[in-house]
Design a protein around this ligand. Sequence first.
Ligand SMILES: [Zn+2]
Length: 66
Amino acid sequence: MSSNRHQGRPVSLGEPYPDLTPSPVAGCAECSELDKKRYEARKLRKFADAVVASQRIRNHGRGHGA
Ligand SMILES: [Zn+2]
């Protein structure tokens, strides 16, 4: 049988932690900055910085606070 537990949630292959990789909101300058920062952080293997950037993208709806 098939497991549909993750149905409906976009999961990009190659990302070990899909929950930590929210998509930046289109048209938001801060999100695209954070996305860039996250990308650079990953490249430099600064995963803590990447996670922080992801959290801020996820908080877009709350004004990029916490
Ligand atoms: Zn944003």
